[in-house]
Design a protein around this ligand. Sequence first.
Ligand code: ADP
Ligand code: TYD
Length: 190
Amino acid sequence: MTYIVFEGIDGAGKTTQAQILAKKLNAYLFHEPYPNELGKYIKKMITSQLYTPETYATVFAAQRMIFKDEVLSRKLKTEKWVIGDRSFYSSIVYQHAFGANLEWLKEINKYMIVPDVTFVLDVSVETFLKRRGETNIVFEKKEFQEKIRELYLKLPQIYPHHNIIILDGELSIGEIHKKVIEIVEAYENK
Ligand code: ADP
Ligand code: TYD
């Protein structure tokens, strides 16, 4: 079993790359927030500014733990490839960017399954704006995305023992996919 995750700011190309890779490897693919009842509720929460970063962190962690028990742990035993479009790293980055304490975020996410390979797709916020357009959702504001991008670039320092690879998300879809395949193959052959 190999568990691969795509991370990055909104519009970085995570879903595009996760889908292409999943098709190629015939992998089990999931997206966070997972579309269970709690995940759907979280989607509603995201569109409101009512909640503190600690509340978001708690519900995201709860939905992730439920998903792990219900699905992920089993899939990691039965599938050769599992691909995550986002993971607990999103909570570390997004909820910390909103002000939640980093050590506390690491603590409440410490029972999550660590991916074998994590790709952070790095794009400029200008690219994000071009791809996504202006939006009213607070999580998708320009200034906020700048902060998120910086934190994603620091992720390898936040988790020095995890296998986190920063990739240039400004390359073409095909070029990024080629790099992803090379890294996955190198991981498998090591
Ligand atoms: P995310 O899942 O990170 O939010 P998506 O994969 O949904 O991003 O991509 C956002 C938009 O950008 C989509 O319209 C997609 O077709 C486009 N896109 C994705 N990757 C690239 C790329 N490398 N170059 C140009 N456009 C891209
Ligand atoms: P979504 O519409 O699913 O965005 P995307 O397609 O980019 O994944 O909304 C998820 C939003 O929630 C996105 O802005 C990132 C944010 N998020 C967190 O703040 N914390 C988390 O733990 C996760 C998984 C997502």
